[in-house]
Design a protein around this ligand. Sequence first.
Ligand code: ADP
Ligand code: MG
Ligand code: ZN
Length: 470
Amino acid sequence: MKYELVSGLETHVELSTKTKIFCSCTTAFGGEPNTHCCPVCTGMPGALPVLNRKVVEYAIRAGLATHCAINRVTHMDRKNYCYPDLPKAYQISQFDEPVCEHGYVELDSGKRIGITRIHIEEDAGKLVHEGGFTFVDYNRGGVPLIEIVSEPDISSPEEAKEYLEKLQLIMRYIGVSDCKMQEGSMRADVNISLRPVGSKEFGTRTEIKNMSSPSFIVKAMAYEYERQAEILDAGGEIEQATLRYNENDNTTSKMRGKEDAQDYRYFPEPDIPAVRISEETIEEIRLSLPELPTEKLRRYIAELGVSEANAKLIYPYKNVARYFEEAISLGASARVASNMIVGAIYSTLRTEEEKENFAIRVPAKELSALVAYVDGGKLNASKANNVLLKMLESGEPVSAYVKAEDLAGLSDEELLSLCKGAIAANPKAAEDFKGGKEKAINSLYGFVMKGSRGKADVAKADAILRDLLR
Ligand code: ADP
Ligand code: MG
Ligand code: ZN
């Protein structure tokens, strides 16, 4: 039978507040085990939690950026479960009155993936298995999280990946998280079920826990689809279960039977009062939001005239986008500036991380000065590219490489005489070209370029040469 995949994601995003959600311990990643802790985040009896105001603000930011409604009253609940990573034996989370509800994330296709809710909660500690022992490190305990729960609107592994990448980009843009999947600051639980194509009812789902890479999510979903399809084809039933994904052999295996909300005995957290969120607070936060990723991408293409390919290479990185916009505001043309960024500059930034950090030695002002020469027809693009590569290496300004004599420009007469000279000096190439060998014109360009010390405009030279050779 043919099955349709149905999936919803529960995405945990670690917030980049300085301190934890209920105490003033640091949220810094790593550190000697159990050094970022206090009685509150290690759950000592009698310790009282105090809600970090920033956590609520960040959750509201995340909600507004994903088109959610913000609840005017929100409160914390206890989610009871017993496991050593959580010494209180309950997690302080939210159940029936989360901060945000009813939003969406739009995919490139225009399809919207609904967001059921965004709630705030505390992270648990980390278990470390070593030499036959298990150790607990509570440094991560109490680090604030938002959990973004999607509607079961996702219908393929590719959509799941795109949804997650969009979410990641939005959270980074609005500055609530660095969303580093490799450091665990963004991780997703992937719920999957199958139903016969055309059927309206959902099938029984499984949930793959704690996925921390979009490419593994794609593989895990594809595997789980096949596994469930085989069971259904054989007339079997899917067991509702919580699964673990094994990266080594790309399979899933059962961790435990699925628990329901009632298993957690949720009840309102008595130590933390409900939070009222005023209309003014919401508006203030709305006004403080930056331009969002999809808007930026659209603006680059539609208003600035950047090619779609370049725009897509620039907009994902906050610092690159800022640099690009600064260069433009200083007068550079968007087209040439974007070419130089994805060309020369990106050739020196190999990893995602390097692009993200964007620590380069050429300030936007210098790029814009260089681009101005290209825009003004005083320097051709390939020469400018070479100059930029040298500037990136040395950190020196444009003026160190581009001399006044280089910028004198080339008059039309000079270019014409260079072209004539090129033909006179290369009679064979000229004859070959006339005889139909297109490529022969290349050696003539080369000659003109050399003669002009790189100043000649290739397109102009091409037109003149062809004219002369007719
Ligand atoms: P929990 O997993 O904590 O019990 P929910 O029941 O609210 O929470 O569902 C969590 C996620 O599972 C949501 O993202 C939802 O979209 C998704 N989901 C719910 N039912 C299905 C289904 N039949 N198939 C696939 N995903 C589902
Ligand atoms: Mg779940
Ligand atoms: Zn603490």
